[in-house]
Design a protein. Structure first.
Length: 325
């Protein structure tokens, strides 16, 4: 297969289709059409006609737009897709300089990248908002001794989808960060892929090391290493693994997490992520106030029951009175 990035494409021929040196070009010469050009490539590069025809068929059938500029940056080939995107006929482009056809491109990001590829003599791929069609394109430029091959495709829909994902992620970040509970997302292997701001802040306030609680850490490995003889930790690990394996729909456990300054209790809740994504969402909710309230309520009920018992013990038994029934 011919090297499509190093073609020597000629753009001038006489009325009989014979090659005409640029210096000898006269008013009798005419711009070569794309199909004519592949016949000329055979003579210039010494390629088999069959291979050259195949190269032409490929360039005309690919979804990417393609054009070739000679050393003077004149169009020597434009494929069908480029015609469609630009809204121009190739007959109106061949033999003309790029900047004469698209003068408003000068100074644009795309133009600077093309010039960079030519100056550095190396391939370059980039994304840019095209000043020609007003849409996002991915451009691949391949400089060679003969000129410049350029492939580009319309990626506007992809960029819109990416922008929509970023907006969704930003919204989720705002929502997650507004939660008072400490939230982390684990992938199917137990590695932390996302943490809420409250998770990070709690770790910082409690001397939590980033290598133990941060993104990229295997949360299950950390928990397993901390199991020792604590049955609550062991139960938590088994619960997370059960939800990950689909053996139970959800899991929760209350556990103490005391600090030097106060006694605290938390509720750990584990819920599965969508099946196609895998993993789980873990949240730790501070339930210290609820535990204190429950303890105070239990204490009050116990005191009330004790007082009632004492009153019953102090009251004399009323005498029995016979009567009619």
């Amino acid at each position: 297969m011919p090297d499509l990035n190093n073609l020597r494409l000629l753009h001038v021929a006489d009325d009989e289709g014979h090659l005409v040196p640029e210096a000898a070009a006269t008013s009798q010469a005419h711009a070569v059409t794309p199909l004519d050009q592949f016949d000329l490539i055979v003579a210039e590069n010494g390629w088999p006609a069959e291979a050259t025809l195949r190269a032409g068929e490929i360039l005309e059938s690919i979804a990417d737009a393609f054009y070739f500029l000679d050393k003077e940056l004149r169009f020597t080939y434009v494929n069908r897709r480029a015609e469609q995107l630009w809204g121009k006929r190739r007959e109106d482009l061949l033999g003309r300089k790029f900047m004469d056809v698209f003068p408003h491109v000068e100074g644009s990001h795309s133009n600077m990248k093309i010039m960079q590829a030519l100056e550095e003599g190396r391939p370059l791929t980039y994304e840019t908002l095209s000043p020609i069609i007003g849409r996002w394109v991915e451009v691949s430029a391949y400089p060679s001794s003969a000129g410049l091959s350029v492939y580009y495709r319309d990626i506007t829909e992809r960029k819109r989808a990416e922008a929509a994902v970023r907006q969704r992620d930003d919204l989720l970040r705002v929502i997650f960060d507004s939660l008072s509970s400490h939230v982390a997302v684990l992938d199917s292997a137990g590695v932390i892929t996302y943490v809420s701001r409250s998770w990070e802040e709690f770790g910082g306030q409690n001397q939590g090391q980033q290598e133990c609680i941060g993104v990229g850490v295997n949360y299950l490995d950390v928990c397993r290493a901390a199991q020792t003889d604590d049955p609550a930790v062991r139960e938590a690990v088994e619960g997370i693994e059960a939800v990950m394996a689909g053996e139970r729909p959800t899991f929760s456990i209350e556990y103490p997490c005391h600090s030097p300054a106060e006694q605290r209790w938390f509720l750990m809740q584990v819920d599965p992520m969508p099946p196609e994504q895998g993993g789980v969402v873990i949240s730790h909710v501070n339930i210290t106030e609820r535990r204190r309230a429950d303890k105070a309520l239990a204490k009050a009920r116990s005191a009330s029951a004790s007082r009632s018992s004492r009153r019953r013990s102090a009251s004399p038994t009323p005498p029995f009175k016979a009567g009619f029934y």
